[in-house]
Structures are given as C-alpha cells and as structure tokens.
Design a protein around this ligand. Structure first.
Ligand code: BG6
Length: 283
C-alpha cells in the first residue's frame, strides 16, 4: 500500500527511506500500512470501501468513545468514521525518525450522539523496525466524561494456520462467540482456527505475534494504559457475510487489539488520558 492510489489530502505518508514506512488515512485516522524493511505488516481488505463514510476494513481503526455495540451511535464509536485533521505533517528528527500528529475534536455530529467536548491527539512515530502510536484523550468539557477505547489492529500474516500470539497465558477472557463465564487461557501460544472473538483482561504490556510462511513475521506489541487485548478473526462464514471483507482474507490476517475496554475511563473536566501501542518487528 502506498499513497499513490488515494486522493492527495486523504492520506499521510511517512517514509524513512530504509524500507520502513507508514500510511495513515485521515478518515478515522486509520493507519492502513506499516512496512518494515519492505514487508507489509498490516492487513487491508481488498474490498474495503473508501467512501469517507464507512469504517475502513483493515489497518488500525480507532474505537472511541465506545468499543463494541453502542446505544448512542455506531458500533465501536465514531472516531473511525470521522475525518481527522493533520496537525503536524510528517517531520524527520535528528535520528531520522518520522513523526506525524492528527487530531479530532467534538462537532455538532459527535455531540448529537455523545454530548461532550473532547479532543483526541494521535501521534505516530516511525522508527527503524518500529512504529509507536499514542492516543491522548482530552476532556475539554466542564463535566466528567466516560469512554472505552481500542486500537483495532489487523495484522497481515502469510498463513493464519502458523500464527500464534504469546503473552496471554493465565489471563481471564470473555468469549464473545459462545458467551458464558470467563475462562482462563491455558495456552502459552494462542492459535486461531475458527471464528474467534475473545477479550483478554489485565494482559501484560507485551504480547508477541509470530507467523511463519513467506514472509515470516514476529512482531512485539508493547502497550501503555491498554490493559485488555481483543483477539479476533471472523473465519470463513462471517468473512463472507461482511461485504467489505475479502472472502479468503481471514487466512491472512489476525486482529490483536490493544484496548481499555473492560473498565471504562472516567475523565474529570480538563483531565487527559494517554495510551499507546508500539509495534516492533523482531526479525
Ligand atoms: C472486534 C469485535 O473488535 O471487531 C468483534 O470484538 C467485531 O465483535 C469486530 O465483530 C469487527 O467489528 P466491525 O464493526 O468493524 O465489523
């Protein structure tokens, strides 16, 4: 994925010149590409709709101010379907790292759903082999607000059958497919072979996605203030049901989503909350 297929002004292209690049779409501040030494690490459905209305299917959509179904507005909130503003265009620092900042503030449309004043500041820093994404939520209102949030990362893998996630052993999870009581994850390496939608609670701040095949991938996901991890793959039947998801795409992706979703954040007037995730390619 590069910037060439998109209208100028819709995307922010960050490039270090060493095969490390990132591409952010301003619709939803959706990161749609992260390449490390030329290897694309994010899944983007070939049937994703780019109409600046529907959420982009793939990359890293941002869930805010609600993860999941929401009585006040669309599933996963409105941040992923709003146009964000480019506050700091890609800028190179002394080390050669590239920084860019985008923002979103309340407007009439967001207030009609969720009557709060807020500002989101999303900062990306692209380094050699890593990408740090920091989301800061500012309560700019005169009253408290509450929210959940999540970075809905779709990783690209060569083969889902060789893909594992390390770091979840011993955690309690809610299985959104089967419902019922929370279960403790017994596996050191979590593999996915079906429609899978689990919310792991109180996770450590490092998980590792590994996948063999061509190309192999090993990506460390380090988080700050994201205590929950959602692992999701729609598998074949659900993939077909989604009009914007490649029918066969489920074989080449896994969502590992860093979230603050189990216990909402409450922010008093004027307060802020910062959370981040950093991907590092370990290969
Ligand atoms: C995951 C949820 O984070 O996102 C799933 O846990 C959901 O339940 C999936 O199906 C995709 O959501 P959407 O709204 O982008 O189709």
């Amino acid at each position: 994925q590069d910037a060439s297929g998109f209208p100028a002004g819709d995307v922010v292209f960050m490039e270090r010149g060493d095969g490390n690049s990132a591409l952010l779409h301003l619709h939803g501040a959706t990161l749609i590409s992260w390449k490390c030494h030329g290897v694309e690490n994010l899944f983007l459905s070939s049937t994703s709709v780019f109409d600046n209305k529907k959420a982009i299917r793939g990359g890293v959509p941002i869930a805010f101010p609600n993860f999941g179904p929401w009585p006040l507005g669309p599933q996963h909130g409105f941040a992923r379907i709003k146009r964000w503003t480019l506050a700091v265009p890609p800028t190179k620092d002394a080390k050669g790292d590239i920084l860019a900042v985008v923002t979103l503030e309340d407007d009439e449309e967001t207030k009609a759903m969720w009557d709060y004043k807020f500002k989101l500041v999303y900062t990306l820093v692209l380094s050699e082999k890593s990408l740090m994404s920091t989301l800061v939520v500012h309560n700019t209102d005169t009253k408290s607000l509450g929210f959940t949030t999540l970075l809905h990362t779709y990783f690209r893998v060569a083969d889902i059958n060789t893909t594992t996630v390390h770091g979840l052993k011993g955690l309690k999870y809610t299985d959104k497919i089967t419902g019922g009581q929370d279960v403790v994850e017994a596996r050191d390496l979590v593999a996915v072979d079906r429609n899978y939608d689990r919310v792991y609670k109180d996770a450590p701040n490092v998980t590792v996605l590994s996948s063999s095949g061509e190309p192999a991938r090993k990506i460390e996901i380090k988080t700050f203030n994201f205590p929950d991890v959602v692992v999701w793959n729609p598998w074949d039947v659900k993939a077909k049901e989604m009009g914007d998801f490649d029918d066969e795409g489920y074989k080449e992706m896994l969502c590992v989503e860093a979230g603050k979703v189990v216990n909402p954040v409450t922010l008093t007037a004027g307060a802020q909350f910062e959370c981040s995730q950093t991907f590092t390619s370990m290969l």
